[in-house]
Design a protein around this ligand. Structure first.
Ligand code: PHB
Length: 390
């Protein structure tokens, strides 16, 4: 009996010292706060798949540390995101956070800033988000990055009068603002801007109003997960046959929804950061592996998660496994690598992503609609940060 008591005591002491199984010091925890339920659940599913696929391909050990991914469901509610981030920092002792949708990323920012936790912004497309914490680094995109380029393209291809239909929240406002600036500057006219509620949108009355204004071009931003319902209502109103050109950032031809849209979006031209049809060896491998793992086509949200994990892995390699937020963020600044979307890097000044923006046209390839790239704008920065440098 005495010896077994001794053994228990020794085990207790050793585990207290961090000896034995993978100890707290040998494990790096990454807490990702995303919507796994509710109206934006598709976004959470895609980020979870992207992060897990990266780990499946690259293993769960970096610089001698065991990587542990923790996914928390905020159901798109910013107060939940804040509470979950706090619990991840205080109870789980995460070394990294992953942030999702704009409102949640905004509410988590003070915790990242004050708690000094390096945070990868994997979904949000709103410019200002990365300015809310010095430890925020983005692997997603901004709406401005895409919306100015598509405005210029539309004007060059004959557009003169546009109506904008925008999902009514921060990324929609930015998409509309940058589109309108470029469109007006190039001599076009935005006849009207229509704002559609974010949750459970009914596009029909807005599409009717847009049609009544007789524009030659419709600029539309809806977030990931709403391209399918939008396309259905667009076709129900006969707008796919009206001769009005539909353009937008990549979100309206989201690859997660595109296979289910039939002929509705054929010919639609967008400026986007990722297409599953991107013709690179790395992307073909990514799309195949993603399809095998999830049964879905990889989309622009998923690469934000996949590349977010790469950024964390590469930073840990560079710091030799140190997770101190200042060291990690310094390591991330200026980092450049090949993503399934093409070459990307982290702007050392803004901690925002620099990436190619592609002009793509929806075409039928092997019996299904795909956004086929035909022009590339290389190394595009967030235009709103370039306009007002801080
Ligand atoms: C965002 O959270 O800013 C966001 C989410 C989904 C999108 C675009 C922007 O498709």
């Amino acid at each position: 009996m005495r010896s077994s008591h001794l053994a228990v005591a020794i085990v207790a002491v050793l585990s207290g010292l961090g000896v034995g199984r993978a100890s707290a010091q040998d494990t790096v925890k990454i807490g990702v706060v995303i919507p796994m339920t509710g109206t934006s659940a598709a976004v959470g599913r895609e980020i979870e798949a992207g992060t897990k696929l990266y780990m499946a391909q690259h293993g769960d050990t970096v610089a001698g540390k065991k990587i542990q991914l923790i996914i928390r469901d905020d159901a798109s509610v910013p107060d939940n995101a804040k509470r979950l981030a706090q619990e991840l920092i205080v109870n789980d002792h995460v070394s990294f956070l992953g942030a999702g949708l704009t409102p949640s990323a905004m509410s988590m920012a003070p915790l990242s800033a004050q708690g000094k936790v390096a945070t990868v912004v994997m979904v949000s497309g709103t410019s200002v988000v990365t300015e809310r914490s010095p430890y925020y680094v983005r692997t997603s995109f901004t709406l401005g990055q895409q919306s100015g380029i598509i405005a210029d393209w539309a004007i060059k291809n004959g557009s003169k009068k546009a109506v904008a239909i925008l999902s009514d929240w921060a990324p929609g406002a930015e998409a509309g603002k940058v589109f309108a600036q470029h469109f007006a500057q190039a001599g076009g006219q935005v006849l009207e801007t229509l704002k559609v509620p974010l949750a459970n949108p009914d596009f029909a009355p807005f599409l009717q109003r847009a049609a009544d204004l007789h524009p030659d071009t419709l600029f539309v931003f809806v977030p990931a997960g709403q391209a399918g319902p939008f396309a259905r209502q667009f076709a129900e109103r006969g707008l796919d046959k009206s001769g009005i050109k539909l353009v937008g950032p990549g979100d309206i031809v989201d690859d997660d929804d595109l296979p289910g849209t039939g002929d509705t979006l054929l010919g639609v031209v967008t400026a986007g950061i990722y297409s599953a049809a991107h013709p690179s060896a790395l992307n073909k491998q990514y799309v195949d592996a993603y399809q095998k793992m999830t049964g879905h086509r990889a989309n622009f949200i998923s690469v934000g998660g996949y590349d977010g994990m790469h950024l964390i892995y590469a930073a840990l390699e560079k710091t030799g496994g140190k997770t101190d937020a200042d060291a990690v963020v310094a390591a991330m600044k200026g980092m450049a690598w090949e993503s399934p979307r093409g070459p990307i890097s982290i702007d050392p000044r803004t901690r925002d992503i620099v990436q190619n923006v592609y002009i793509r046209k929806v075409q039928t390839v092997s019996g299904a609609p795909w956004a086929v790239e035909f022009e590339t704008f290389p190394n595009v920065k967030d235009p709103l940060k370039e306009a007002s440098p801080k």
